[in-house]
Design a protein around this ligand. Structure first.
Ligand code: ADP
Ligand code: MG
Length: 597
């Protein structure tokens, strides 16, 4: 008997387990699956990210579903569209030998009618984000009044994102007699409130330390020339428009100087160090807490008192002398179950320090490249487009519309869109257009590159013959590729959707998988074709040109200020990895249209 058999799973599911290559159940699976299979019970399960929670509820759920009935019996709520798709995808793999089980994903940003149609066809399991679920209940597009199982996945994240009221509303549409299973990485107060309010004497299982936040800090380093630290810092900030960060410098003088430069360049920055009066420090900390300051430049001593939970990035402008100090710095992010990124700007000669830190923290750093100017423009452009898309309409503008329509009279939609995004984009474009690449080739040990090689290895660019015309935007195309090939959240990047075709990148090791998946691959009877692109991608194609154009360093000092950044759009970890050429020199396809625009 295999270990999965011992948990009580039926044959069809065990076959799926075998296909998935799962050999031994993880601890949370080991504990949860037998309970959920055996009893009709409420359950609270706490386990960190990456411990296999999806299978812990997914297998029992599928086994318990009545296959004969097409009624919706299981509802899974999950915080993001991304996770929603991931869970749906996993459940479909679990149920691959259970052809009569239908799992449907419901999430925002995609056609509600399509989703409603899928539900109507008979979805025994619905995986939903709270916002879209509420919407669909309101429009009677989904019926959850007969469900037997309700799963709250990543409950802490959902509550962090402010879904409490939505969840409450959704649950009020479900029957009293059902089992509720709550899965969470951490157990903050809000989660216990939900458990108390909506669950009946739940059984509780805990894997690992109950209060430990998930260890979700990713460590990255960027190798630059000694004099490029400041422009590199700016680019890192511009690559992450929603950054909320602490930047560490070694001395009070550097701290003050970097903060002043950032402010001069138009960033919402502030300085925190020992030469400031208590009153000044309080003011800075207050603004930071209110997120009026997005980049807090601090010395190690002064940063000790920072007790802010949702810092997205820690940036080491310079490395500290003591390794211990690095641990304190990076611990400022990734708190309360959230993920965070700790970035280090280093020079070549400091690379051995990275090794020393890796040994100490027992975690590997990822070697990353500072984005080129054009890559930043691209990111800002997408960010802007999404921001416009997500902007809530202020009804007050109604009064002015007739006059405004007069102004725009005769401009068609396409042109208007171009103009709108150009308003902001041109500023970045003019600023970055002629800047040079800041990356210094590192020692090569970490990413196996040839020293001095101008190409950035490790990433491959592809051409795919679907685009906007087929209804894709960069997010949905990314999801499509990820789900089709079975890749992780950040494995597909630099997705650039054109009218009838698109580009995207993956790490080189994924290339074989990508190409084999998309061999003879059809969607709705049409071949979807993927090829390695000749075009190196993003800004790289332009870099040489901008170099010859003599990107003067002084340009990096000019301001690109005045960004009213929208903090409600959560920080996108787009997993920007090194772009560029690879050993796969593109063979075919002559789509040499600029890879950008
Ligand atoms: P969580 O929800 O706890 O963050 P996931 O359910 O997303 O974790 O699982 C993380 C990864 O581990 C997934 O890629 C999943 O396929 C894999 N996984 C889950 N259970 C097992 C197992 N028993 N053996 C091997 N891999 C597993
Ligand atoms: Mg999960």
């Amino acid at each position: 008997m295999t270990k999965f058999e011992a948990l009580g799973l039926q044959k069809s599911l065990l076959d799926a387990v075998a296909d998935l290559g799962f050999k031994t159940p993880s601890e949370v699976q080991d504990k949860a699956i037998p309970i959920l299979l055996e009893d009709e019970t409420d359950l609270v399960a706490l386990a960190q990210t990456g411990t296999g929670k999806t299978a812990a509820f997914g297998f029992p759920l599928i086994q318990k579903i009545d296959r004969e009935s097409r009624t919706t019996q299981g509802l899974i709520l999950s915080p993001t569209r991304e996770l929603c798709l991931q869970i749906t995808n996993e459940l479909k793999l679990y149920a691959k030998y259970e052809k009569s089980i239908n799992v449907v994903a419901i999430y925002g940003g995609a056609s509600i009618t399509d989703q409603a149609r899928q539900v109507k066809r008979g979805a025994q399991i619905v995986v939903a984000t709270p916002g879209r679920m509420k919407d669909m209940i309101g429009r009677r597009l989904v019926d959850i009044s007969k469900i037997d199982y309700c799963i709250l996945d990543e409950a802490d994240e959902m509550l962090n994102m402010g879904f409490f009221e939505d969840i409450k509303d959704i649950l009020s549409n479900t029957p009293k007699e059902k089992s509720t299973w709550l899965f969470s990485a951490t157990m903050p107060k809000e989660v216990s409130v939900i458990a108390k309010k909506f669950m009946h004497s739940p059984q509780e299982i805990t894997v690992g330390d109950k209060n430990a936040g998930a260890t979700t800090v990713q460590h990255e380093y960027y190798v630059v020339g000694g004099r490029d630290r400041y422009p590199a810092l700016k680019r890192l900030a511009d690559t992450n428009p929603d950054i909320f960060s602490v930047i560490f410098c070694r001395t009070k003088r550097d701290t003050q100087r970097v903060a002043e430069k950032l402010i001069e360049d138009g960033y919402n920055a502030g300085a925190l160090h020992g030469d400031l009066s208590q009153n000044q420090r309080d003011l800075v900390m207050n603004s930071f807490r209110k997120k009026q300051i997005q980049m807090l430049v601090a010395t190690d001593v002064a940063a000790r008192g920072i007790d802010v939970d949702d810092i997205t990035h820690v940036i080491n402008y310079q490395l500290p002398d003591e390794i211990e100090t690095y641990t304190h710095r990076s611990g400022r992010t990734g708190r309360a179950g959230k993920s965070g990124i700790s970035m280090v700007i280093v020079t070549r000669s400091e690379l051995r320090k990275i090794k020393a830190i890796e040994n100490k923290i027992k975690q590997k750093f990822i070697s990353k490249t500072i984005p080129t100017g054009i890559e930043i423009c691209e990111i800002q452009l997408y960010h802007l487009a999404n921001k416009i898309k997500d902007t809530e309409i202020n009804e007050e503008v109604e009064n002015y519309l007739p006059a405004i329509n007069d102004v725009f009279h005769g401009i068609d939609r396409e042109e208007l869109i171009k103009k709108i995004v150009s308003v902001e984009f041109t500023r970045f474009y003019n600023y970055y257009n002629k800047t040079r690449d800041l990356n210094t080739p590192d020692s090569g040990e970490q990413r196996g590159s040839r020293r001095g090689d101008d190409q950035t290895p490790g990433s491959v660019r592809y051409f795919i013959n679907v685009g906007e015309k087929d209804g894709y935007d960069w997010m949905s195309l990314k999801d499509f590729i990820r789900n089709t090939v079975g890749l992780g959240k950040d494995d597909v990047f630099k997705v650039d959707v054109k009218d009838s075709f698109s580009f995207f990148n993956t790490d080189a090791e994924t290339t074989e998988k990508i190409l084999s998946t998309f061999t003879e691959f059809k969607v709705d009877g049409r071949f979807v074709n993927v090829e390695v692109s000749k075009n190196p991608g993003g800004g790289r194609g332009r870099r040489d040109r901008s170099r010859s154009g003599g990107g003067s360093r002084d340009r990096d000092k000019r301001s690109n200020s005045g960004r009213g950044r929208d903090r409600s759009v959560s920080s996108k970890r787009r997993g920007r990895k090194s772009s560029g050429n690879s050993s796969y020199s593109g063979k075919r396809r002559d789509k040499r249209k600029s890879d950008f625009f």
